[in-house]
Design a protein around this ligand. Structure first.
Ligand code: 1PR
Length: 589
């Protein structure tokens, strides 16, 4: 959410296509046209509720997907659980559904605009008022409320009293709220029966608040600064603010209980320890083609990924889909793919990478991030592809977030120079359409020691370990093209600017520490995580479980990412989590 929904719904009405089948070229940005939504009538029409027109078996679920983001993961999760999907094409499809899932994506205003123009809003209200089986997800929960402050106020479906507002970041809580958090279950919600005290995955900047007026609806809350509505339940109507399709086994159980309420033979799971937002442990897969043209997971030392042998081959540490699946089973909270030669190749020409994403998302039900090569591109035939098209293809293939490296550096340099937000950079465009929670900026800095802090125009810090010539200070120079070229901008300056331009998260690498196994660069991570109010992922240098607890105890990082130690099977992800728990750091188990 927090994005501009985009879809040509006139073509939807006439051609009767499922929302999700709309092509990127037919997509129009509704942002400019989006008006304050006023529902003319919310009174339910008299309806005859029919059985689903498709298969009458209980294994069919109707999906309302209006094409504004990644719904592939949800589709995969539903199929994984053995159910078939029928897409909504007309409002009647909603009314005739046996079981309806509404995964809201995009911005509140745009979504309401679309729902109203296509007659879906009225059909949804009728369906819900008739207590038909319904599951809203994320924005699909928020839209049930009276209104939202997101680009508003904007009226919602008005079924639940309350206003959806933005999280307050002034009290030190990072916005977007990204990660695994705990639920406080307020009443029997049935679909949450297996959640217990386990964490579930949230990603949003807006939330509804519980109140006396809506307490009959609220089935659980979550605390992030304040208590907000994590789920609602009334009769057969359910909605969740978190993403069950991204919440691992626990999330799958939520979906299973909704899809098949009779499947409640399983015992309530043992209680976990979830109480607040957990620190995340992320497995990273640097991916590139080797000299034979196979896509492999590789890993460098200070970004050098070639073996130091006569053959000088690209280091091959395994197959991307297999490794990602393994890390999911091992308990990774997120999996990142970095297409490390994307800066020189054209990612949409790299169909293998898209296939990797598609296959991975079939079995991996935690968030997937993909980066590398996200920029505007003109191919050999003179065809121009915008960075938004590149990102859209990644999202359609199963990515939940994309990460931008080099192009974000150029955008930040330009912004510092001109002080003008053009709205044209890849960062601005993608975060406007998909929301800033879907855009990570990956920074590749290199430490530059200086004797005196004001020797350079960039933010310097006093370093814990002096440089080779006894220098006590350093600044962190940003690089592009996989560390090959240093740029005239520091990591501190870049981080502040990309937050302003719409980044929702920062992946903070460090070339000096990459692959060294000597621990994260605490000085750098502290500098950046204190400078911004978006989440920061600490990366580069993990070599032992203690390095993870150190980074969380000494900095404000929200997540820690590692590659080499996991690929070389030196440290299992579970051991990292056990260490964190031992040190009193909350993690998802
Ligand atoms: O510039 O938008 O095309 O994005 C390129 C992306 O590819 C960037 O995110 C950049 O960080 C990444 N990249 C480019 N070249 C390399 C390389 O290694 N030669 N990998 C590279 C960056 C850094 C990490 C790594 C951690 C943890 N890899 O993400 O996984 O340092 O490693 P460790 O735990 O083994 O120490 P664009």
């Amino acid at each position: 959410m927090e994005a501009v929904a985009y879809a040509s719904f006139t073509s939807f009405a006439t051609k009767s296509l499922p929302f999700s089948s709309l092509s990127q070229s037919s997509i129009i940005n509704l942002h400019q046209n989006c008006h304050k939504n006023t529902l003319k009538s919310r009174s339910p029409r008299k309806l005859v509720i029919c059985a689903s027109s498709g298969s009458s078996s209980g294994s069919v679920v109707t999906l309302l997907d209006y094409g504004a983001g990644n719904v592939r993961s949800l589709r995969n999760a539903i199929r994984y659980l053995g159910f078939e999907i029928e897409d909504v094409r007309t409002p009647e499809d909603i009314l005739n559904a046996d079981r309806l899932i509404f995964p809201g994506v995009g911005a509140f205003a745009s979504a309401m605009d679309v729902l109203t123009k296509t007659g879906m809003a009225e059909a949804l209200c009728t369906y819900i008022k008739n207590d038909r089986p319904f599951l809203g997800i994320c924005l699909g929960l928020q839209l049930l409320f009276e209104s939202s402050e997101e680009n508003g106020p904007v009226n919602g479906l008005g079924l639940i009293p309350g206003v959806v507002g933005r999280f307050n970041s002034s009290n030190g809580y990072r916005v977007p709220h990204i990660g695994w958090n705990a639920l406080q279950v307020a009443k029997d919600s049935e679909i949450l029966d297996d959640v217990g005290d386990h964490h579930v995955y949230f990603v949003h900047s807006y939330r509804a608040m519980p109140s006396d007026d809506n307490k009959e609806w609220v089935s659980s809350t979550c605390n992030y600064g304040d208590d907000f509505v994590a789920s609602i339940r009334r009769g057969n109507v359910h909605a969740v603010q978190f993403h069950p399709e991204k919440s691992g086994d626990v999330g799958l159980s939520v979906l299973r209980r909704f899809l098949n309420p009779k499947s409640q033979g399983t015992k309530k799971s043992t209680q976990g320890k979830a109480s607040k937002l957990a620190k995340r442990v992320i497995a990273c897969l640097d991916v590139r083609a080797n000299d034979k043209g196979d896509l492999v997971v590789t890993k460098g030392d200070q970004y050098d990924v070639r073996e130091h042998t006569k053959e000088n081959e690209v280091r091959n540490l395994g197959k991307p889909v297999e490794l990602a699946g393994q890390y999911y089973k091992d308990g990774a909270d997120e999996v990142s793919f970095l297409n490390i030669t994307g800066f020189r190749d054209f990612p949409l020409g790299d169909l293998l990478m898209l296939q990797v994403l598609r296959h991975t998302s079939e079995n991996v039900f935690v968030p997937l991030t993909v980066g590398g090569g996200i920029r505007d591109f003109t191919d050999a035939n003179g065809r121009y592809y915008s960075s938004l098209e590149v990102a859209s293809e990644y999202f359609r293939s199963g990515a939940d977030k994309i990460s931008i490296g080099s192009d974000a550096v150029y955008a930040a340099e330009e912004y510092i120079k001109t002080k003008v937000k053009t709205g044209k950079s890849s960062l601005e465009q993608i975060s406007k359409v998909y929301g800033n929670q879907a855009v990570v900026v990956s920074i590749d800095p290199r430490r530059v020691y200086v004797k005196v802090p004001n020797d350079v125009q960039f933010k310097t810090i006093r370093v814990t370990k002096p440089g080779p010539n006894g220098e006590e200070y350093a600044w962190y120079q940003c690089t592009v093209n996989g560390g090959r070229e240093g740029r005239p901008i520091g990591a501190y300056e870049l981080a502040k600017v990309v937050e302003e331009l719409g980044a929702g998260e920062i992946l903070l690498n460090c070339i000096d520490c990459d692959g060294q196994g000597k621990g994260f660069d605490i000085d750098l991570i502290k500098l950046i995580s204190d400078a911004v109010s978006i989440p920061v992922i600490a990366s580069s240098g993990a070599g032992a479980v203690e390095h993870f607890s150190e980074v969380f105890m000494k900095t404000n990082a929200s997540a820690a990412l590692a590659a080499g130690i996991f690929h070389r099977k030196e440290v299992p992800i579970q051991s990292v989590k056990e260490q964190l728990l031992k040190e009193g750091i909350e993690v998802r188990i």
